[in-house]
Design a protein around this ligand. Structure first.
Ligand code: ADP
Ligand code: MG
Length: 600
């Protein structure tokens, strides 16, 4: 075939492949256009999951009759005219290709009227043929109708899921957009049935609760932080307490300047903020709104604009993590034991602590402690008491809002059921899982030691030589800082082998196979492939060590030991859950008891 320039119609259909994947993407583009046009009231109607009909009606600024044809022409937009505009995008649209693409793969109709005009106009596009504009009634705003999507691209149409699945995607898409646009009302109907009815409000919090469910209000912590040094970054939103975490990754909703995004860096930062508060299989419920100078971010990375590129990835990551960490730290995260509304994270029966690096480690011997003492080492608590003060950031900030109720040394306690401590504080009765809490305490201690310098290192009499993949040998240099902190010295030994010369004393005294341990670390490093994740790798390693170090459920403790342990609920951060996110404590509120016993 000779080389030919593609017919414009074909170009649009090809472009549609990128922008329009399914009815939900049509809804997204049309609703974004409505918002760009300043609409305050948006009605979305779908039939047959949107494959038969998508109709979006708005009360926005409208399109003048003479511009109607241009609106559906490709690369025609009213939103960008110079490349400077492109560098500072504040509208959803800017590519000027959505309507052209949608119209090329559907039976398309648009009626619009500019506010104040005495007549509107209507156009139709069918099989690439434009009809109109012809006059239409003067009804301010725009109606866009998209019928039989992909009627001329059978391969695409076949690929659509069931009506209910497509409808669910439309609802998700709308909720995501509506979350960041409380000033507009959104009404959605599917086959005539109303599925969404979000009234306009000036309060972002109200919209968030309308979408997440008002019943969740007590479980959501609101935050807002400003970072003028990072392009005027504002980080705000709601962080759900661990109890309302969900199995689906969709529980985290991220918006940037009002646009829903799925950004790997931000997502990672959110998860980091919850590290140790949640079972790793669960996702925290978070609604995160980022506002940032548009010049600090490139949204023109992906046709659907769901991916972005920040100028300062590291800065954004740490701002998000810190903002959420702070609000979590200030809150009382001990789950209340209120039987009828009891929601704890579902705790899998398979032990979540299955050490990610630990496949090469022997089972723990009882009585081992990280300090090399012969029995459970409660002097670690004394060390903790000293270090948490200096660690600053890591101590519980009890001056903040709903800080955990204070625990006094005079409160009585008992040890029951082979491993549960029962005590009280000013708020009610606390039940503590001694292993979980001690594990959290050990975790804090290890982290603190790592903060203050490398772990103690033991030189091996003869180096252990490991045969590894070339990639693993290559990555050695990159992860050297991590190894140094852990007290590991390992060198390349030819292209396919590594010589391990020093291992952490803690593991050595424990009789752990240092070679297998280093091997596991290398494998993990290649898998993760970035330093960001190596920081989390460190946490995982510390996690594993703390579990081994902690007192077991069955260990009987002295009164002094129990007191020391209970005090750590306040002296260390995140004491409400063990490093794997299981709760360390459960509270029965005084109020709840009074209510149940008919005292109030
Ligand atoms: P983009 O949004 O990238 O500019 P579109 O193809 O989505 O490209 O829309 C093309 C143009 O049509 C927009 O720039 C805008 O001027 C106009 N337009 C589209 N939808 C609406 C609407 N609902 N209200 C007013 N103008 C609209
Ligand atoms: Mg658009």
């Amino acid at each position: 075939m000779p080389i030919r320039i593609l017919a414009p119609e074909l170009v649009n259909q090809i472009a549609a492949g990128e922008v329009v994947e399914r009815p939900a993407s049509v809804v997204k583009e049309l609703v974004e256009n409505a918002l760009d046009a300043g609409a305050r009231r948006i009605i979305i109607e779908v039939e047959g999951g949107g494959a038969e009909l998508v109709r979006v009606t708005d009360d926005g600024g409208g399109i003048a009759p003479e511009e109607m044809a241009l609106a559906v022409a490709s690369h025609a937009t009213s939103k960008v005219s110079t490349s400077d505009d492109l560098a500072a995008i504040h509208t959803f649209g800017f590519r000027g290709e959505a309507l052209a693409s949608i119209a090329s793969v559907s039976r398309f109709r648009m009626i619009s009227c500019v506010r104040g005009a005495d007549a509107g106009a209507e156009i139709e596009v069918d099989g690439g043929v434009l009809k109109g504009p012809r006059p239409a009634p003067a009804r301010p705003g725009t109606v866009v109708e998209v019928r039989t999507l992909f009627y001329n691209v059978p391969a695409r149409r076949k690929f659509l899921k069931s009506d209910s699945a497509e409808t669910a995607r439309v609802t998700d898409t709308l909720e995501a957009i509506a979350l960041a646009h409380p000033q507009a009302s959104f009404e959605m109907r599917s086959n005539g049935r109303r599925l969404l009815d979000l009234v306009a409000t000036d309060e972002p919090a109200k919209r968030t609760l309308d979408i997440l469910g008002a019943a969740l209000a007590p479980e959501l912590l609101e935050f807002e932080e400003h970072f003028p040094e990072l392009g005027g970054l504002v980080v705000r939103g709601f962080a759900g307490k661990p109890g309302i975490a969900r199995p689906s990754a969709r529980a985290i909703r991220i918006h940037l300047n009002g646009r829903p995004i799925m950004d790997r860096v931000v997502l990672h930062a959110v998860r980091e903020a919850y590290r140790g508060l949640l079972d790793s299989a669960r996702t925290p419920t978070v609604a995160l709104m980022l506002e940032l100078d548009p010049r600090e971010v490139d949204v023109n990375v992906h046709p659907a604009k769901s991916e972005v590129r920040f100028r300062s990835q590291q800065g954004i990551h740490s701002a998000v993590r810190k903002s959420i960490e702070r609000v979590l730290r200030a809150a009382n995260l001990v789950p209340a034991f209120v039987p009828d509304a009891f929601r704890t994270p579902s705790i899998s029966s398979t032990d979540g602590r299955g050490a990610p690096f630990g496949s090469g480690l022997p089972a723990p011997q009882s009585g081992w402690s990280p300090q090399g003492l012969s029995h459970v080492d409660f002097s670690a608590f004394a060390a903790l008491a000293q270090t948490t003060g200096s660690a600053g950031d890591r101590s519980v900030d009890s001056s903040a809002g709903a800080a955990p109720a204070s625990y006094h040394d005079e409160f009585p306690f008992i040890q029951l059921l082979n491993g549960f401590l029962v005590t009280e504080d000013v708020d009610g009765i606390i039940i503590v899982d001694q292993h979980a809490l001690h594990e959290r305490a050990m975790f804090a201690m290890f982290l603190d030691r790592l903060d203050r310098g490398a772990l103690e290192s033991q030189r091996l009499l003869t180096p252990i030589v490991l045969e590894r993949s070339t990639r693993e040998v290559e990555i050695l240099a990159e992860i050297e800082p991590l190894f140094t902190r852990l007290g590991i010295v390992a060198r390349a030994f030819g292209p396919r082998a590594v010589a391990v010369e020093c291992v952490p004393t803690l593991l050595h005294t424990r009789g752990v196979d240092g070679g297998a341990f280093v091997g596991d670390l290398l494998e993990k490093a290649v898998e993760h492939g970035s330093l960001l994740s190596l920081e989390s790798a460190l946490h995982e390693i510390v996690d594993m060590m703390s579990c081994k170090a902690a007192v077991k459920a069955g260990d009987s403790l002295t009164a002094v030991e129990i007191r020391a342990l209970l005090r750590t609920r306040e002296s260390i951060e995140r004491s409400s859950s063990c490093p794997h996110g299981r709760p360390t404590s459960i509270r029965i509120a005084r109020q709840e008891l009074e209510r149940r016993f008919g005292r109030s």
